[in-house]
Ligand binder design. Structure first.
Ligand SMILES: C[S@@+](CC[C@H](N)C(=O)[O-])C[C@H]1O[C@@H](n2cnc3c(N)ncnc32)[C@H](O)[C@@H]1O
Length: 196
């Protein structure tokens, strides 16, 4: 079983990763940017459609950063919770994906967009299990990635085969690849995954 690491370890890991991948881009190397406004809107639309967000939903935006997607997602649901582990992002809930500070079966829908790349792969199993735990049995989650993950040296850990197998091991019974908006940079192998 993997150990639960502290936020500092993740920051160091992510910083090192992006320093290698984008050494000429200090903001990206520091993990401070994801993508532009148009891409955020497009990914939000993908999530609204594939998660079938509705006015009854209690919704978790896991790894919400500064809440870029909030303006698109919050109006679609009954209750919106944004969680991030970096207090400076000023999320509504400060917490780690590895041990989510919520009771079992709290949420109808969960979105984790662009977050896996910030997390050490040895903890993916724990996180998929945590998302399963806090999601209602009939709930649904979407794991959305960033296009640049697929041009990085870590692309192999983001294959649908490996992520969907992990999801099943963690109690999810269905996993499917979903289309991404054509507005988002198209990179070979890029997909989002819906699990339920
Ligand atoms: C690349 S940003 C994506 C932000 C937003 N979801 C989006 O798509 O625009 C990744 C976010 O995940 C957060 N994050 C990374 N590891 C985390 C963890 N273990 N627990 C909670 N949040 C985490 C980071 O602090 C960062 O704000």
């Amino acid at each position: 079983m993997s150990t639960i690491a502290e936020p500092e370890r993740y920051r160091a890991y992510w910083h090192a990763h992006w320093s290698r991948v984008a050494p000429g881009d200090p903001a990206r190397a520091a993990g401070r940017i994801t993508y532009g406004t148009e891409e955020v809107a497009a990914v939000s639309e993908d999530a609204i459609r594939e998660l079938e967000l509705c006015g009854d939903d209690v919704f978790l935006d896991l790894g919400c950063a500064r809440g870029l997607m909030r303006e698109y997602l919050e109006p679609k649901v009954r209750r919106y919770f944004g969680l991030d582990y970096i207090p400076a992002m000023r999320p509504a809930v400060i917490g780690l994906a590895q041990r989510l500070p919520f009771r079992d079966a709290t949420f109808d829908k969960v979105l984790m967009a662009g977050v896996l790349v910030c997390i050490h792969p040895e903890d993916y199993r724990q996180i998929f299990g945590e998302i399963r735990r806090v999601t209602k049995p009939i709930g649904r989650a979407m794991i959305a990635s960033n296009p640049f993950e697929f041009s990085s040296e870590m692309a192999h850990v983001f294959s649908f085969e490996s992520l969907s197998a992990l999801a099943r091991e963690c109690g999810w019974t269905e996993a499917r690849q979903t289309p991404i908006s054509p507005l988002v940079e198209q990179v070979h192998g890029y997909f989002d995954m819906v699990i339920q």
